[in-house]
Design a protein around this ligand. Structure first.
Ligand code: HEM
Ligand SMILES: [Ca+2]
Length: 750
């Protein structure tokens, strides 16, 4: 029970925080959209959360300074009251209009409340807009003319309502609604019926240890060594530990496709948006002083004075690598937290989108088909002429797909195109088999099959390349074999949400696998040259090279060339040229430093804190690392870190000795296995499941999915591939004729 004094204190803190957020950096330089190239662009829904998060962060600081952390539980109780009061008031106003019952929190409505309070007190209101409409609205910029908008069979199979453009996240429906027996929502809503918003798009990430490592315990980036000195700069660490030098280590076993599918998986399950400026545009966090001159959400990374690529700005001004803090999605008083803007589930949101608006933007609304751009004579995702992040110009537009980052580099486009083609290929067959079905019915049916195939490929073909048998078994990650019946381990208490440790560190291991050169090869394995990654970040002209075979020869290149070894070394463009503008050396960032700094930004604990959790002996001295690190790697770590307790999780993970039978060390293996277990046993619609009140596949139908091979999907959706790997990610795989691999037996799935 909280008393009136506390209520007043909390409300005052919120108003004070609002004023402080509104007045801070009021002369903040606004940056034209596209001037700062970034992959982590926040959408409208995320921006709304940022306002609440930023205000609550400051309000928390105010309260803690005055009253200590002891006040926080009471403050949250007050916040709950305030939110409840607001939603009651809204319900009274619009009882008849269920769709409009968007949950506006007290903090979200704070400006209006200040105005009415100021009026009551005779003062004047203040302006200021946050998360507003300036062109940086990702959903807005992607909106297409969607043509015919068929609604589902009498509304029966319909989840999203194409007529209602009110919100990209709804309208929320009751989880007891029958639609949730059959259809996986786009956002993830109601996947867990008891906790409908769990693992939805635009919700917070999980913490493996339940805690964070902010210096002030609330949100300030970890900056000090346990010895009291400053932590080394993330760029210094990258230079000293992660520079591949002149002898790149190619993987003897795994092709470059292994890297590319890994990124595609990442783009399905995690999108952690960056903070935006108050008007919704990009923050320019380039200068080293930006945290005090531009925004507290800037976290630029200092480059050492003798850096080989990022030279000092001038004799007097040192250079920083720009970084914007991940958007603060905290919804209560307490610790800063981050969100995943994509549906956390492994649900092909990378193809279908994670908000209802995004989902509409990739559909054709005719015969269940996804939209395609076919102006080149081959299928590509629909073009996005207004994408301001895109560095290529007319006619080499970037594209609209289920995930905004589809044009981050050209290697993603073959996969986006293949899966769109596969959807449309299956849709044609479904239409022929069920002529009376409408667009919505075909789309939902095919989407369900596509997600099932994708989950099977990830668990059956991808994960076993990286995790050894012990982890696959211990974490229940192996799909059962045909004939073994359904998998009976759905656990409604398992939270499928992404862990911060997986997102900001462990699953970024794949950055180590990327080559500098991306090969093109024709069907007879003849080289058609290669393009340079550093020259093509957010440039899409490569996929328009029709005379070089479009994206099909890029796909062949991924299959036929080696990826880089998973190790502590990163290729030149990854370490120097991310987001570089062509011809402007140093205009980009170092992805490895970004990964390290991102870990500190989101409050990951130092590496050694995870050792007990993942089953390793604890570490007090450098020597204690010797069972999991080579002597050379320990020596290297000593050159940058003052104490083993300082080691950043990312560097620790990529420097551990890989386990026999896998490609990752014990800590990465554990964090990744734990996440994929959550995505499997915490997903009510996982394809091998049979769950009460959920229309799954029958045992025979599950077996149809269990026979699916990624190789066949490539065969069916390309013109040039006629024979293919028996083991899709094995560089040295034997080849078989496409015709010898059976196609999915779709007719069994009706
Ligand atoms: C050429 C290849 C790749 C490029 C250029 C690339 C680039 C990027 C960039 C720019 C970010 C955002 C970093 C930040 O702001 O914190 C990122 C994040 C990430 N990457 Fe990659 N990446 C590549 C491949 C991969 C691969 C192969 C994997 C996994 C196997 C992967 C997993 C991730 C994950 C999990 C994140 C975090 C995503 C998020 O928080 O939204 N990436 N990558
Ligand atoms: Ca997803």
């Amino acid at each position: 029970q909280v008393n009136d004094t506390t209520r007043q204190i909390v409300q005052d803190a919120l108003f004070e925080a609002l004023n402080s957020v509104d007045s801070a950096f009021s002369s903040e330089p606004s940056v034209a959209d596209g001037a700062i190239v970034s992959s982590q662009t926040a959408n409208t829904e995320s921006k709304k959360l940022q306002f609440t998060g930023d205000v609550l962060e400051v309000a928390t600081q105010i309260l803690v300074q005055k009253y200590g952390v002891g006040i926080l539980p009471d403050a949250n109780a007050v916040l709950e009251e305030l939110n409840a009061g607001d939603s009651d008031a809204r319900k009274k106003r619009s009882l008849d209009d269920e769709d409009e019952e968007e949950n506006i929190s007290f903090v979200a409505g704070l400006r209006q409340k200040r105005q009415s309070r100021d009026k009551r007190q005779g003062g004047g209101g203040r302006g200021g807009g946050h998360g507003g409409g300036k062109g940086g609205d990702q959903d807005g910029r992607k909106k297409r003319n969607s043509g015919e908008q068929t609604s589902g069979g009498g509304g029966k199979t319909e989840y999203s309502n194409p007529q209602s453009n009110q919100t990209c996240q709804g309208p929320p429906k009751s989880c007891s609604d029958q639609v949730h027996d059959r259809i996986r929502s786009i956002t993830g809503y109601c996947n867990n019926r008891a906790k409908p918003t769990q693992a939805n798009s635009v919700t917070a990430v999980r913490r493996l240890l339940g805690t964070t490592s902010y210096t002030d315990g609330l949100g300030a980036i970890r900056s000090k060594s346990v010895t009291g000195s400053d932590l080394p700069s993330a760029r210094l660490i990258s230079n000293k530990l992660h520079d591949e030098g002149s002898t790149p280590n190619f993987s003897p076993t795994t092709n470059h496709l292994g890297m590319q599918i890994g990124q595609f998986i990442a783009h399905d399950i995690i999108f952690m948006p960056s903070s935006t400026a108050k008007d919704g545009s990009s923050l320019n966090c380039t200068s080293c002083s930006s945290p005090t001159t531009v925004s507290t959400n800037c976290a630029p990374i200092p480059a050492p004075a003798d850096d080989k690529y990022f030279n000092p700005v001038s004799k007097t001004e040192s250079r920083c690598i720009r970084l914007t803090r991940a958007l603060n999605g905290q919804s209560g008083f307490g610790v800063r937290t981050q969100i995943d803007q994509n549906s956390h589930y492994l649900d092909m949101s990378v193809v279908y989108g994670s908000s209802d608006c995004e989902a509409r933007s990739v559909r054709s609304f005719s015969n269940g088909q996804l939209a395609v751009f076919s102006g080149m004579g081959y299928a590509l995702p629909p073009q996005a002429p207004n994408d301001t992040n895109c560095q290529s110009t007319n006619p080499y537009y970037c594209f609209t797909a289920g995930d905004f980052r589809n044009c981050l580099h050209p290697g993603l486009l073959p996969l986006h195109s293949v899966f769109i083609k596969e959807h449309n290929r299956l849709a044609v067959k479904v239409k022929a088999a069920q002529p009376s079905w409408n667009d919505e019915q075909i789309y939902q049916f095919v989407r369900r099959v596509m997600v099932a195939q994708w989950q099977h490929i990830v668990y059956n073909e991808y994960l076993p390349k990286y995790l050894n048998d012990k982890y696959l078994t211990d974490f229940n990650l192996k799909p059962l074999k045909p004939g073994q019946g359904p998998f009976r381990a759905y656990d409604p208490n398992m939270n499928a949400a992404l862990s911060a440790e997986f997102a900001a560190a462990a699953f970024r291991f794949g950055h180590s696998q990327s080559r500098q050169d991306f090969a093109r090869q024709d069907a007879s394995n003849k080289s058609l040259g290669a393009y340079d990654l550093g020259y093509n970040i957010f440039y899409s002209d490569q996929v328009y090279q029709k005379s070089l075979g479009g994206w099909e020869t890029m796909l062949m290149g991924l299959i036929k060339t080696a990826g880089m070894q998973v190790d502590r070394y990163f290729s030149f463009p990854i370490r120097n040229q991310l987001f570089e503008i062509r011809g402007k050396n140093g205009s980009g960032v170092d992805l490895v430093s970004v990964n390290i700094m991102r870990g500190r930004d989101v409050g990951l604990l130092p590496y050694i804190k995870y050792r007990t959790l993942v089953g390793l002996p604890s570490v007090n001295t450098w020597n204690d690392l010797s069972s999991t690190f080579t002597a050379a790697n320990i020596a290297a770590l000593k050159t940058v870190y003052a104490d083993p307790a300082d080691i950043d999780l990312y560097s620790g993970i990529v420097m551990e000795t890989p386990l026999t039978g896998g490609q990752l060390g014990p800590t990465a293996s554990w964090i990744i296995a734990e996440q994929f277990r959550a995505l499997k046993t915490g997903d009510r619609f996982y394809y091998e499941n049979q769950v009460a009140n959920t229309v799954g596949f029958t045992p025979d139908q599950i077996d149809v999915i269990r026979r699916v091979k990624l190789a066949k999907i490539f065969c069916e959706n390309t013109d040039i591939i006629t024979s293919i790997n028996t083991d899709m990610f094995d560089l040295n795989s034997s080849q078989v004729a496409c015709s010898s691999i059976p196609d999915i037996d779709l007719m069994k799935l009706f």
